[in-house]
Design a protein around this ligand. Structure first.
Ligand SMILES: NC(=O)c1ccc[n+]([C@@H]2O[C@H](COP(=O)([O-])OP(=O)(O)OC[C@H]3O[C@@H](n4cnc5c(N)ncnc54)[C@H](OP(=O)(O)O)[C@@H]3O)[C@@H](O)[C@H]2O)c1
Length: 339
């Protein structure tokens, strides 16, 4: 007996801090009817993902918010009940973005037909879907692990993290997970084959992470932020890479989280790469030519803050740390015959 109503979960009000059931509301509406080029599907699987916390908050993000009264967004695997789209037929299973509802109409072009013979269709929302793809591109294109390097991933037993560590192992790297229970850690090591996993809720994370990563960390795949990132920082090796994927420990924060706000780096796809100028000495001739020319032409301005007398050096230096200098701080220890 086909259903005659569409059951939907809409956002009732924006959560403050950790969402509560009262923030959501179940409503019913008539089944929608597909137009030309569209399908009607019945949802089989709805993916629940951390990014949804961002969608139901009103905060500026990289994607549009769900407004109160609207169906919560989400990836879905659905069964086509009716098709007015060439290439899709009743009974097909499709990957789509129907959101938190039992039925949905979608443009045929907005869904992808799945082959249940290739893999269980649910995997299209997980290991062969958005989370798996996130792990794959984040690790391989940004993290670029090399054989023998140590890759650490937080939220290691989760959809993204579990794939990250395993792909790292496939590429010949050591994989170390960070997860929130001993059961999860046992799974990560015993089932997934990570080399180690640290329970961040037990003991001193910095100490146990150091023990798990005696050679330091070459790639940190960041899913969590906050205290976990803080513990990772001192262990980062020269030329380490951090694919900044998620900051789940902050998603329910009601106040500014202490420390630098990393969200703009994530949302704006900012690349963070350390550098030391002495590695770039080959650029010295270009630098002198360009900046010397601009200085002579008056196009490059500068200011000097000159303290006279070597004895003033300590005070001047302390002043520098307090921001008292204004311009390039110099100590004139002796006369400058050229001025
Ligand atoms: N940038 C992108 O395009 C993109 C795409 C997909 C996902 N992501 C991000 O990837 C991360 C993982 O997503 P997922 O889908 O794989 O979820 P998931 O790991 O399957 O589930 C979330 C896990 O995060 C951990 N967690 C929750 N609150 C935490 C807290 N306060 N501190 C530390 N850990 C906490 C929990 O594991 P423990 O018990 O181990 O703490 C939880 O099981 C999220 O940050 C998500 O936003 C980003």
């Amino acid at each position: 007996m086909p259903a005659s109503v569409n059951r939907q979960i809409v956002l009732r009000r924006r959560p403050v801090g950790m969402p509560t059931p009262g923030d959501f509301e179940l409503v019913e509406s008539p089944l929608p009817a597909p137009k030309d080029g569209e399908i009607l599907s019945r949802t089989i699987y709805l993916s629940l993902d951390p990014y949804m916390r961002g969608r139901i908050s009103g905060a500026r993000s990289y994607a549009q918010s769900v407004e109160p009264g609207q169906v919560i967004v989400g990836g879905t695997v659905g069964l086509v009940l009716e098709s007015r789209c060439p290439g899709l037929a009743r009974g097909d299973v499709v990957l789509g973005y129907a959101g938190w509802q039992s039925h949905a109409v979608a443009a045929g072009a907005a869904v992808r037909k799945l082959d249940p013979g290739v893999a269980p269709v649910s995997t299209a929302l997980g290991v062969l879907g958005m989370p798996g793809m996130t792990a794959y591109v984040g690790l391989l294109d940004i993290g670029q692990p090399k054989p023998g390097e140590t890759v650490v991933v937080s939220a290691a037993s989760g959809a993204v993290g579990s794939a990250v560590g395993q792909i790292a192992r496939i590429k010949g790297a050591r994989a170390v997970g960070i997860a929130g229970s001993q059961d999860k850690c046992n799974y990560v090591v015993g089932e997934l084959g990570f080399d180690a996993c640290v329970n961040y809720k037990r003991g001193d994370l910095g100490v146990s992470l150091r023990e798990a990563c005696p050679g330091g960390i070459d790639v940190y795949f960041e899913n969590v932020g906050g205290d976990v990132l803080r513990a990772v920082m001192p262990l980062l090796n020269m030329n380490a890479r951090i694919p900044l994927c998620g900051l789940i420990s902050e998603y329910n924060a009601t106040e500014t989280v202490p420390g630098p706000n990393l969200r703009p780096l994530l949302f704006n796809r900012v690349l963070v790469k350390g550098f030391i100028v002495s590695d770039h000495l080959a650029r010295l001739p270009d630098f002198l030519k360009d900046c010397g020319g601009w200085l002579r032409e008056g196009r490059l301005k500068h200011r000097e803050d000159i303290v006279v007398g070597l004895e003033k050096a300590p005070e001047a230096f302390i002043g520098l740390l307090e921001g008292k200098n204004f311009g390039k701080l110099l100590v004139r220890v002796g006369e400058d015959p050229t001025r």
